[in-house]
Write a protein that binds this ligand. Structure first.
Ligand code: ZN
Length: 128
């Protein structure tokens, strides 16, 4: 999937998904469909289906976006993001290069990380 062109992505993704994943957008606070989902399962990349976050790592952060304290590291990449006058670490899908969100150092134990991720960038696969 990482060789997909802009045109191909526009066919595969909804307009909203395209904006978040490919244009590094951010969904409005407290708007995401996975904000209050606490079922068991796996959160996958909405662009390519890579497994990103097991539901056990999701926690209530009250920041307005789904939050996780850990990720499936082999499918995640980190980038420095100094846009908007802030110095943040961007979280990107390692398989398709899609923008997922950011990671901060104010999360709970055991990692101390808070992955702040757009619902739109995720597809939740419920465990049966
Ligand atoms: Zn992906």
């Amino acid at each position: 999937m990482d060789s997909e062109s802009t045109e191909q992505w526009k066919e595969i993704l909804t307009e909203e998904e395209y904006h978040i994943l490919r244009e590094r957008g951010t969904e409005p606070k407290f708007s995401g469909e996975y904000l209050d989902v606490w079922d068991d399962g796996t959160y996958r990349c909405a662009g390519c289906g890579a497994e990103l976050f097991p539901s056990e790592t999701k926690f209530e952060a009250d920041h307005g976006w789904p939050s996780f304290f850990d990720a499936i590291e082999e499918n995640i990449e980190y980038r420095r993001d100094s846009r908007h006058g802030m110095d943040r670490i961007e979280v990107v899908c390692a398989k398709c290069d899609g923008h997922l969100g950011h990671v901060f150092d104010d999360g709970p134990e055991p990692t101390g990380k808070r992955f702040c991720i757009n619902s739109v960038a995720l597809d939740f696969e419920r465990e049966e």
